[in-house]
Ligand binder design. Structure first.
Ligand SMILES: C[S@@+](CC[C@H](N)C(=O)[O-])C[C@H]1O[C@@H](n2cnc3c(N)ncnc32)[C@H](O)[C@@H]1O
Length: 250
């Protein structure tokens, strides 16, 4: 064989061998994953490990030092990523947020809507902080369940709009339950009602909180068959909203 062709044949063979090695390595990884899940996975140990990390994260106070575009966001970023996935998939026309805080999450929602070139945010809070201005955001000032606020929200939603709701204001059970009852009516079929901070009162953090969002969701779902908890939205293992991603089924 001519020297040039012999060299090329060797090169091609080596390249094929490398490709083969890479694909064998990939297959082995999948196989190890299977063996691990089949024979070594222990849900109790995994849950304990995840809960310990959740507590470690929560008590580290890093949540108070998490920002979107320089503005405080009181959330675990993994939940924000889930928000992004939900908004992309469900394309709500209106997102209602009860409990604006500093407005970091509000701006995040508006920026996701910017990418989609679709959607607006109505955000409600009792405290008049200086908050980020954005053409997609409308701030309302007052208690989320007050008649005045509800009337204003109704006025801002056009008939036939797809609506998603996030509840993140007063976290006492009775208040959240009231908020769920009021705002679940705005949520449209195929969209989400997200009840934030269901992790408090020992789920698994803040054991001493007393009945809160988690308990409010449980009570609400005893009588309401229109919503279902979507556990798939907790896929990143730690979420501030265990049992808090509620999908409206009908
Ligand atoms: C946990 S913070 C909200 C955090 C924000 N959603 C975020 O992701 O960064 C709770 C907010 O709810 C507001 N709040 C408390 N009680 C409220 C009520 N009854 N109605 C509306 N907002 C309320 C507080 O002023 C506070 O800004």
């Amino acid at each position: 064989m001519e020297k040039r062709w012999r060299f090329r044949a060797i090169f091609e063979t080596e390249k094929n061998m490398n490709d083969l090695k890479i694909s064998i390595k990939k297959e082995l990884k999948v196989f190890y994953g299977f063996v691990y899940r089949r024979f070594f996975f222990n849900p109790k140990i995994e849950k304990k490990f995840i809960d310990e990390f959740h507590k470690f994260y929560f008590y580290s106070r890093v949540i108070g030092n998490t920002k979107w575009m320089g503005i405080n966001v009181l959330k675990i970023p993994l939940d924000l990523w889930i928000y992004q996935e939900i908004i992309y998939e469900t394309k709500p026309d209106v997102i209602i947020e009860c409990g604006t805080g500093w407005g970091g999450t509000t701006l995040f929602l508006a920026n996701i809507c910017d990418y989609l070139k679709h959607g607006k945010i109505i955000s409600i809070d009792i405290v008049p902080y200086e908050r980020p201005k954005h053409q997609r955001i409308k701030y309302l000032l007052g208690p989320s369940t007050s008649d005045n606020i509800i009337r204003n929200v109704e006025k801002l939603i056009n008939k036939g709009s797809r609506v998603m709701v996030i509840l993140d204001s007063d976290h006492r059970k009775e208040y959240v339950l009231k908020e769920i009852k009021v705002f679940s009516k705005f949520v449209t079929k195929g969209n989400y009602l997200i009840v934030e901070d269901t992790n408090v009162n020992g789920h698994p953090v803040s054991d001493d909180h007393g009945p809160g969002p988690y308990e409010a969701v449980s009570e609400f779902l005893k009588r309401n068959r229109k919503f279902q908890i979507d556990k798939s939205r907790e896929k990143f293992y730690i979420s501030q909203n265990p049992n808090g991603y509620l999908l409206k089924m009908n």
